[in-house]
Design a binder for this molecule. Structure first.
Ligand SMILES: [Zn+2]
Ligand SMILES: [Zn+2]
Length: 388
């Protein structure tokens, strides 16, 4: 029998509004959408931001005894619902979706259904919701309860956010995922509920939109958090890995790199959510594995350059080694390394490249986007994107 693996994929990680600015492409510009497949093959989708459209292109119906997909919508702000009309599987009769969200005091009843209908009403969208022929059920969750779907236990709690927001905790036999986007610290009751959601979680996805300084000063009351607050909660709650999420649309990749670096100085296991990132839990080694998409790195040209590479290993130790660069493009390279660097860490790559007047030394800064550790002879194939 195979291990009970829980797989969490990130399709949209940007907060507030999508971005197409090239300075944000590395982490990605789509708004919140994740999908989680539990070991019993139950499918969950977390939020319906613009990332949902991308998921729709890859989606296939669940194969388990639970033929429906469960969609948890945290709240009704644009960035969490805007992908919904563009989710192709909703336009096929054979599919079934169960939606979960809270009753908004601004909407009287059937909150989520009403929100979706309004979003697609004339003159906002070319067809109305009746064009979505998939079976749809809408469930209201009030934020105090736990319930079971398949082999998995779901807990919902209210978070501190203007007009309300729900956080979800999904306990699967492969591990525990807590999803808490759009929350601002400072309300003692809701802070305690956030800690409950994150208690002992293997993955704690938390709002990290602002810098700690912004949160203190200009952004109080906007309903968001910072990496420092995430670290604090992760520590108190005993969460194992923190994922910084809901990046500000004005945060460039370099700025997110900086936030991640600071968070890693304070807490052992931190990632910055990145479009296309996949985290698996419950594999045979019992450890969490993270992967980044290779397609976004556009690795092309075959090359043979000698290079000296230095960086930080998975275990946090500095290393330096000589290697041959095999694939090189303007944006990045594929390196074969004896050391296993940390995903989303920086490598210094110094290369000798032939020029018209002899060899030239090129110093580049690479950001690790992919690691394939099981290459022959104990080497790792490491994909980097050049950041300058
Ligand atoms: Zn949001
Ligand atoms: Zn919001």
């Amino acid at each position: 029998m195979s291990d009970p693996v829980t797989k969490l994929s990130f399709w949209g990680v940007r907060g507030s509004t999508p971005t197409v600015d090239p300075a944000t492409w590395r982490y990605g510009g789509n708004t919140p959408c994740l999908d989680l497949t539990a070991p019993d093959e139950t499918q969950y989708i977390l939020d319906c931001g613009t990332g949902l459209r991308m998921l729709g292109g890859r989606w296939s119906p669940p194969t388990s005894k639970n033929p429906e997909t469960h969609i948890f919508v945290t709240h009704y702000h644009w960035d969490h619902i805007q992908g919904m009309p563009f989710f192709a599987p909703l336009y096929a009769e054979s599919n079934e979706f169960h939606f979960y969200s809270f009753l908004s005091k601004h909407l009287v009843r059937d909150s989520l259904k009403q929100v979706f209908e309004t979003q697609m009403a004339t003159p906002y969208f070319p067809v109305n919701m009746s064009a979505m022929t998939a079976r749809k059920k809408f469930m209201e969750v009030n934020g105090g309860e736990s319930f079971t779907i398949g082999e998995n236990r779901i807990t919902a709690r209210h978070l501190n956010h203007p007009q309300g927001c729900l956080g979800f905790r999904i306990e699967t036999p492969g591990g525990i995922v807590a999803y808490a986007t759009d929350n601002e610290p400072g309300d003692p009751k809701l802070d305690a509920e956030l800690e409950e959601l994150a208690a002992g979680a293997d993955i704690f996805v938390n709002d990290a939109q602002y810098t700690p300084e912004q949160l203190e000063a200009t952004r109080k009351g906007w309903g968001h958090s910072s990496w420092r607050e995430g670290v604090k909660v992760a520590r108190h709650a005993g969460a194992k890995t923190l994922v910084l999420f809901h990046h500000d649309p004005d945060s460039t990749d370099r700025m997110v790199d900086g936030l991640l670096r600071q968070a890693r100085d304070e807490f052992d296991s931190v990632f910055a959510a990145s479009e296309g990132m996949v985290i698996t839990l419950g594999s045979s080694e019992g450890k969490l594995e993270a992967h980044m998409p290779v397609t976004r790195t556009a690795l092309r040209r075959e090359a043979q350059f000698r290079a000296r590479v230095s960086g930080i290993t998975e275990g946090g130790h500095a290393f330096e080694e000589e290697t041959i660069v095999r694939d090189l493009a303007v944006q990045g390279a594929l390196l074969s390394l004896a050391h296993c660097p940390r995903l989303q860490s920086e490598l210094q790559v110094t290369m000798e490249t032939p020029g018209a007047d002899g060899n030239r030394t090129m110093r580049l800064r690479g950001y690790v986007v992919r690691i394939d550790a099981d290459e022959a002879k104990g080497h790792s194939a490491v994909g980097v994107v050049f950041t300058e």
